[in-house]
Design a protein around this ligand. Structure first.
Ligand code: APR
Length: 359
């Protein structure tokens, strides 16, 4: 009898065993991942399906860690890692694939250098290609250099993955999203940026630390551009439904907001060379997961604004519903006067950076 692959050796309920019913479910069952009862006391989750292919462009720290997390969650049958440096994507992909028997995941990770052939038909593409700012390089120089890189990458995506949903991670994020949207010509539903999930995760982790509570009980949202002008929404920050303002005084909250704004710089100061990649890759994968599994999660993401929040013509972090169609809805929450002003300032900063780039 054909037996399905059981990714983490967790038991199926008898009624869920796909191989007992027909062959077609057997094929699907190889895509079933952790969609099982782990034990009778755990909540029911439904069998999941995986995508056929996800591409990650840029095999550096963020890209490689993203590929690994995608594979370990079995979000696609194949994950393709692409880079311009020959040997790096192939080596990292092979190393990750060799961990599959230990991790118990069947996603095949493959690497390709300067060849987008293997990416053909990817349903989701995550863009992490770029360079870090070097000594003596102005912010505008960095923007132009990374815009050129993202432009080349976008042309390849347009040609080889014309139906893909693109999750942009390269910085400066909001401007790189715009470059991707312009060059691919994809609608805004299919070009979304990762920043808010990361900024929110940092904010939530600092709050959990200050309150000595589980990170899972902190609900929060950080909007705006990915930079000093980001807007953590204190009015929407709750701890298991309790407004955070009832638990922390304003001075403490302000300190946490400040630390969140400088979250990236704090890591860079420790690492000296290179920047954060564990949390950024987790954030990108959470967005991909919501798309791949059509979870319709409401996550703060960079989206092209067309009048929402009174803003137009730039990418900015706003609450987004992500599902199988990509960006399915922008949720226009009510903001306080201070938060509105913060979002406007953030959007203006994005527009200024856009002005440094000619497409
Ligand atoms: N096509 C594909 N890959 C490219 C290209 C290109 N045209 N140009 C550069 N790359 C690759 C580099 O060879 C390198 O492997 O992008 C990778 C970037 O990796 P790192 O330097 O390790 O940077 P990383 O920390 O991964 O950050 C990548 O994500 O969070 C953002 O600010 C960060 O913009 C940066 C990006």
């Amino acid at each position: 009898m054909l037996r399905p692959y059981l990714p983490s050796q967790r038991p199926y309920l008898t009624s869920q065993r796909p191989y007992l019913t027909s062959l077609r479910p057997y094929l699907i069952s190889t895509h079933v991942n952790r969609g099982v009862f782990a034990c009778p006391t755990r909540p029911i989750s439904f069998p999941r399906t995986m995508l056929t292919k996800i591409t990650v462009v840029g095999a550096g720290n963020v890209g490689a860690t993203t590929a690994q997390r995608l594979a370990e969650k079995e979000l696609a049958r194949t994950v393709v890692l692409v880079d311009v440096v020959d040997g790096v994507p192939q080596g990292k992909a092979l190393d990750q694939w060799e961990s599959a028997p230990i991790e118990g995941c069947d996603t095949r990770v493959i690497g390709a250098a300067n060849d987008y052939g293997p990416t053909a038909g990817s349903e989701v593409v995550v863009v992490t290609a770029g360079i870090a700012r070097k000594p003596g390089m102005s912010r505008d120089d960095l923007v132009r250099t990374n815009a050129d890189i993202v432009k080349q990458v976008s042309q390849q995506i347009k040609q080889h993955c014309p139906k893909a949903i693109v999750v942009v991670v390269s910085n400066p994020l909001d401007v790189m999203c715009w470059v991707t949207k312009q060059v691919t010509g994809f609608p805004r539903e299919r070009v979304i940026g990762m920043a808010g999930v990361l900024d929110t995760a940092r904010y939530r982790s600092f709050l959990a630390e200050a309150l000595d509570v589980s990170v899972q009980d902190i609900q929060a949202m950080v909007l705006g551009g990915h930079g000093d002008t980001m807007v953590p929404l204190i009015s929407y920050t709750t701890v298991s439904g309790i407004p955070v303002t009832q638990l922390l005084d304003r001075a403490k909250l302000d300190k946490i907001v400040d630390r969140t704004r400088n979250g990236g710089a704090e890591i860079v100061a420790f690492l000296k060379t290179g920047s954060a990649y564990y949390a950024p890759s987790s954030a990108a994968v959470q967005m991909v997961e919501s798309i791949a599994l059509d979870q319709k999660r409401i996550l703060p993401c960079a989206a092209w604004l067309d009048g929402e929040f009174g803003l137009s013509g730039m990418y900015c972090g706003v609450p987004c519903k992500l599902g199988k169609n990509g960006l399915e809805q922008i949720i226009e929450v009510e903001l306080t006067g201070e938060e509105k002003a913060g979002l406007k300032k953030s959007a203006e900063a994005v527009k200024q950076t856009m002005a440094a780039v000619t497409l």
